[in-house]
Structures are given as C-alpha cells and as structure tokens.
Design a protein around this ligand. Structure first.
Ligand code: ADP
Length: 159
C-alpha cells in the first residue's frame, strides 16, 4: 500500500498546493497533508487555521487527511509509518533547496523516498507569499486560492 505525506507550511493553502494534493492522491493509496508547526518561523495563519483550511479544501478526497507536525520531517514520516514524501517543484529556484533536503533525508533514513511532482504550468508562479502580498494590498486573490478558503484568507486583512 502506498502511503505518502505532503509536507509544507501551507500559510495559506493555494490552488498550486491543491493541484499537487489532487494529483498525488490519484497515485497514492493514502496521502497525509502535513503542516509544519515551526516555532522558529512566524506564520501568518496559526496552525489550527492552516489545518482547518486544508481540511475544507480536501473534503472531497476521501484518501486525503490533514495533520501537523513539529520537528524533523523524517521523524514524523517514521512515526506515521510512511515511506514516501511528496514535494512540489515550481521552478529551478525550488530545486536547489529541495535537492539538498531530499539528500539529507535520504541520509537520515534511506528507506524513505522523496518524490517530486512538477507544478501545473497554470500555477508555476504561485506561492503563499504572493497570495498574502496581493491580499494585503487589497487585490483579488480569487483565482489563486480555493473558493472554500477565500474568505478565511482575506479576513486577516479586513481592516
Ligand atoms: P510556499 O510558501 O512557497 O507556497 P510551502 O512550504 O507551503 O511553500 O509548500 C509546500 C510544498 O508545496 C512544497 O513542496 C512546495 O514546493 C510545493 N508548492 C507550493 N506551491 C506550489 C505550486 N504553485 N506548484 C507546485 N508545488 C507547489
């Protein structure tokens, strides 16, 4: 049985993330979207909000569940008894960091494989930071984020 995790900050979830989730869920028996709770990085949306938004957008996909973790990804993967880590790649700029992380994780646990999925060309420019930048300046983010979470995202910038 193929059991994968898709880790990230998801601060907040975008249509680019959801595209990877849907495509990965088609090839895996089960997929856990795992939100990193990183105490060293200040997030815009707290861990509960990020999990809540992911739960809303993944509701139609029965083999997808949402969780969060602290600490090392490889420790979390072992604890979940998962042997596949899914990562999305948008551009060459993602590659160097992800390449290093994949090799480090391979060193820490060679039984766990990192699989990379290419972005959908429609979303190659899209990141959580871009969404927040546009929302903060009062722009329209409706083409960038799933409709279920649009209002939750902009509520942060209401005043
Ligand atoms: P970001 O804040 O840059 O969106 P995340 O940590 O939330 O980053 O991303 C989680 C995972 O999703 C990473 O593997 C990242 O490369 C991938 N990802 C993010 N946005 C996209 C996108 N538009 N297309 C494909 N993969 C993406």
């Amino acid at each position: 049985m193929s059991k994968a995790i898709y880790p990230g900050s998801f601060d907040p979830v975008t249509k680019g993330h959801l595209d990877i989730i849907i495509r990965a869920s088609r090839i895996m028996d089960s997929l856990t979207v795992a939100v990193l709770d990183n105490p060293r990085k200040v997030a815009t949306y707290n861990i509960e909000k990020r999990v809540e938004m992911l739960k809303l957008v993944t509701k139609p996909y029965p083999n997808v569940n949402v969780d969060y973790y602290k600490g090392l990804l490889i420790d979390y993967a072992e604890q979940k008894e998962t042997d596949i880590i899914i990562k999305g790649l948008r551009a060459i700029s993602d590659f160097e960091f992800e390449f290093q992380m994949a090799l480090v994780n391979q060193k820490l646990n060679p039984a766990i494989e990192t699989l990379f999925m290419m972005t959908n060309s429609k979303y190659s420019y899209l990141s959580s930071s871009i969404v927040k930048e546009i929302a903060a300046l009062g722009g329209d983010i409706s083409s960038l984020v799933p409709p279920e979470v649009h209002d939750i995202i902009i509520a942060k910038y209401a005043d």
